[in-house]
Design a protein around this ligand. Structure first.
Ligand SMILES: [Zn+2]
Length: 269
């Protein structure tokens, strides 16, 4: 009896090392890998840093709904690109617009200060958030379960190895998946904070933060006391470069920022 137990104990880690899973999980792994190969190389490398299968699938769903050119244009800046931006005139005009808003807010709300986070969120930070944020995990689990049920359904008739027709069905299924509410962080690489195309504001009275960036305190910190409206009014009064706040997911502190580039200037002239 003891020897049987010992053999079983030795077999379990061996099965794990082989990546043993059910045939359906193995099939899902193959299809996921095949779709990832179709995406731009930088996306594939980011996906390799997401170990949870559900979170990886959910990320793929968001990448599939963007064009390759959009992904490349919006991808998180490298440290070198961030450095170049901080030395550019564009950075100067960005700060100028931001200071105008902060000044206008201070004048309209004596005793309160509007802070803005200036950090540029690197790809590593974005991947870390995707791998750890709870809202991503719960939607990812839902997508994973839905997909497993769909693949196991006899009417789906996917081949166990990815075929062109099977891939089309798989991609169509992923693209059409609608989470009940969006994740509270952007898919890795595509956060507006990765190119300083957005700011997260917070409101402070001396050292005390009265309205911050917590999703579960939006009603009591932002909406009820009126800070959502007062921030919006201050922004609209002095700058046309900000749009917001973010509606999905609702974040009254998050405003997108349009960089004043030569093409933007040309469009507005
Ligand atoms: Zn934000």
């Amino acid at each position: 009896m003891r020897s049987i137990l010992l053999i079983l104990l030795l077999l379990i880690p061996a099965a794990r090392l082989r990546g043993g899973g059910s045939p359906a999980e193995e099939m899902l792994r193959r299809y996921t890998a095949a779709v990832a190969e179709r995406l731009p190389g930088r996306v594939g490398r980011a996906l390799a840093r997401i170990s949870d299968p559900g979170r990886r699938l959910l990320a793929i769903r968001y990448y599939l709904n963007r064009s390759d050119s959009e992904i490349v244009a919006k991808w998180a800046w490298s440290p070198e690109e961030i450095e170049a931006f901080r030395r550019s005139d564009l950075y100067g005009t960005t700060i100028f617009e931001l200071r105008k808003v902060q000044h206008a807010f201070g004048e309209r709300n004596p005793g309160y200060v509007l802070d803005a986070r200036m950090e540029i969120r690197t790809l590593g930070d974005q991947i870390h958030k995707w791998n750890s944020v709870h809202s991503v995990g719960s939607i990812a689990a839902m997508l994973h379960d839905t997909l497993m049920r769909w693949m196991a359904d006899s009417t789906t008739m996917l081949d166990s190895l990815p075929t062109p027709v099977g891939m089309e069905c798989f991609v169509a299924f992923l693209r059409s998946f609608q989470p009940p509410s969006p994740p509270t962080v952007a898919v890795p690489g595509l956060s507006q904070h990765g190119q300083l195309r957005a700011f997260d504001f917070r409101i402070r009275r001396r050292r005390r933060v009265v309205a911050g960036g917590s999703s579960d305190r939006i009603a009591c910190e932002w909406d009820s006391p009126g800070w959502t409206a007062r921030l919006h009014e201050a922004i609209c009064a002095v700058s046309d470069r900000f749009t917001g706040p973010l509606e999905e997911p609702y974040e009254p502190w998050h405003y997108a920022f349009v960089h004043i580039t030569p093409d933007v200037l040309a469009e507005t002239q």
